[in-house]
Design a protein around this ligand. Sequence first.
Ligand code: AMP
Length: 395
Amino acid sequence: MSTILVINSGSSSFKYQLIDMDTENAIASGLVERIGESSGHTTHRGPSGTSERTLEIPDHTAGFRAMLDAFAQSGPSLDDDPPIAIGHRVVHGGKRFFEPTIVTPLVELNIEDLSDLAPLHNPANLEGIRAAEKAFPDVPHVAVFDTAFHQTLAPEAYTYAIDAELAERHRVRRYGFHGTSHKYVSEEAARYLGKPLADLKQIVLHLGNGASACAIDGGRSVDTSMGMTPLEGLVMGSRSGDIDPAVLIHLSRRAGLDTDGLDELLNRRSGLVGLAGRGDMRDVTRAAAGGDASAERALATYLHRLKHYIGAYFAVLGGLDVITFTAGVGENSEVVRAGALEGLGALGIRLDPERNAVRSRDPRTISADDSAVTVLVIPTDEELEIARQTQAAIA
Ligand code: AMP
């Protein structure tokens, strides 16, 4: 069996999935969490069920030992059948990394060097890589970057209109994120429709706790709503998305917020949390349906912003064949899908309410038969996409 182990490492936890590349099924998965705290925890799902352990996990290296123990105890055995490669999610690849890349000491240095653009993510991703290399010294490790898919953006799409020399010196430009998901979903959409990817103009709406829109022409990302960091664009669970930059100047002068305070405000106390006091779209739609005014306003603002991007990307693409909803909100909320597309008949976008109401884990069409633009729901699978790209990189 050829398997690939996919690692998504955060600062105090990592998730893993072992994927059989012949069937593309996950045959084991798990979570190692509370690394560095007084008591850590592992959850492992394998062929014989779920096993859990509480133990001290001082660092990521110990976390990988705990993961190997879980495989040894609950299967499948990695000694009998080691993975052919390890695929690592890395959030920021800057402009250096435009494809999945086999990890070398130089690649690690480059990931480290990009940490000032993603201080919460890249150091944690790198810790996972270094610990995994100790656990699997004889297997190739591949870094798959969230930003890579958007390296096809033209300069006019990634440039912020500020002092060009200053921007260049500090690497200020749009990079875009969720690239692994946008790539996977746009390719699955073409496959589902039985049409060549090269012929399709697509908008993918990745609506999860973080959210981004992407305009994709013939399989190439041409615009995306997240920017230098994953803060720009759509209204998210707790992030503001687009905002007049002068608001920050105003708040620092008038409300006494320093840079850490502004960071906290925009990343953790904004979006649905800031408007409605709750970041989960299920709670917001339920409260809005019950007449809660702040939840109604939060939902309306969320939908207005989405519609704004759909119109913008229609123009950027010069036409549109497919809109696809994905991730937690996109896959599950018929209210959000209907609200985002309401009134877009003039653009050739018409939903079928009954199809939109279907709940399923499968890819599906939700547009009406006479809609010029096909509207789809396709569950995203970032782990599988990382495994596919890892396999391609070692081939
Ligand atoms: P993700 O980041 O893709 O895991 O998405 C997580 C988010 O999906 C949660 O914060 C919820 O807001 C949202 N979500 C999950 N199920 C539903 C649902 N049935 N209706 C609306 N939102 C949902």
